[in-house]
Design a protein around this ligand. Structure first.
Ligand code: HEM
Length: 192
C-alpha cells in the first residue's frame, strides 16, 4: 500500500496574533518616551553638572560617555549581523551571543547617567533644531529600548520584529550622538 500524500493544506499561520503581541510593548514604549519628554519640559532645569577630575568640563564627560555608549552599540549591531549570518564568509564564534548581550548592557549603562544629567539638569529644550532633535532622539531612545526589552522574551513574533526594534534603538542612539557629542567635539575640539 502506497502512502497517501497528506491532502489537508497546512494550518494557516495567524500573523496578526504575533503582531498583536507588539501592541502593549509599543504602547508602553510610547508612554516611556512621552513621560520623559513631559517631565523634561515641565520640570525646571536645575543646570546641575557633574565635574570629573581630568576633564575640562561636564560637557566633555558627557560627550565621551555618549561616544563610548555609541561604540558599544556599534559592537552590538555588528555582533547581531554576525549572529544572523548577514556578514559573508564570517561564521559566528560561540561567544558572539555573550558579546551581543554585554555590549548592549554596557552601552545602556553608559547612556543612562548622561541622559539623567540631560533631563534633570537641562530638560527637554527646543531652542534650536539640533537641540530639539536631540531631546526627541533622547526620549525616543528610551521608549524604543523599553519596547525592545519587552518583546525580547516573547515567543511567536514575526522574525523581523527583534531586528527592527534593535535597529530603531540603534538609530535613536546615533541620532542622540550626532546631535550632542559629535556637535560638541566639532564645536569645542576633540580632547578631554
Ligand atoms: C532623555 C532625553 C534627553 C534630553 C531631554 C536631553 C537634553 C539635552 C539638552 C537640552 C542638551 C543641551 C544641548 C545644547 O545646548 O547643546 C543636551 C546635551 C547633551 N546630551 Fe542630552 N538629552 C537627552 C538624552 C541624552 C542621551 C541618551 C545622551 C547620550 C547617550 C545625551 C548626551 C548629551 C550630550 C553628550 C550633550 C552635550 C553636552 C552638554 O551640552 O551637556 N543626551 N541634552
Amino acid at each position: 500500500m502506497t502512502a497517501q500524500p497528506d491532502a489537508s493544506p497546512p494550518a494557516p499561520v495567524d500573523v496578526s496574533l504575533g503582531i498583536g503581541k507588539l501592541i502593549v510593548p509599543s504602547l508602553i514604549g510610547g508612554l516611556v518616551a512621552l513621560t520623559l519628554g513631559v517631565y523634561g519640559r515641565l520640570h525646571h532645569p536645575t543646570g546641575v553638572v557633574v565635574s570629573i577630575a581630568g576633564f575640562t568640563s561636564a560637557g566633555y564627560v558627557k560627550s565621551w560617555l555618549a561616544t563610548a555608549a555609541t561604540v558599544f552599540a556599534i559592537v552590538q549591531v555588528a555582533s547581531a549581523l554576525v549572529m544572523y549570518g548577514k556578514i559573508p564568509r564570517v561564521s559566528a564564534p560561540s561567544w558572539t551571543g555573550s558579546l551581543h548581550q554585554w555590549s548592549g548592557r554596557i552601552a545602556f549603562l553608559l547612556a543612562v547617567p548622561v541622559a539623567v544629567n540631560c533631563l534633570y539638569g537641562l530638560g527637554f529644550q527646543t531652542y534650536s533644531t539640533r537641540v530639539l532633535l536631540h531631546s526627541l532622539f533622547g526620549c525616543a531612545f528610551f521608549g524604543a529600548f523599553s519596547v525592545k526589552m519587552l518583546i525580547l522574551p516573547k515567543r511567536g513574533l514575526p522574525g523581523w520584529t527583534l531586528p527592527l526594534a534593535g535597529a530603531v534603538v540603534f538609530t535613536m542612539l546615533i541620532g542622540v550622538w550626532f546631535t550632542s557629542a559629535f556637535w560638541f567635539f566639532s564645536t569645542y575640539g576633540l580632547h578631554r
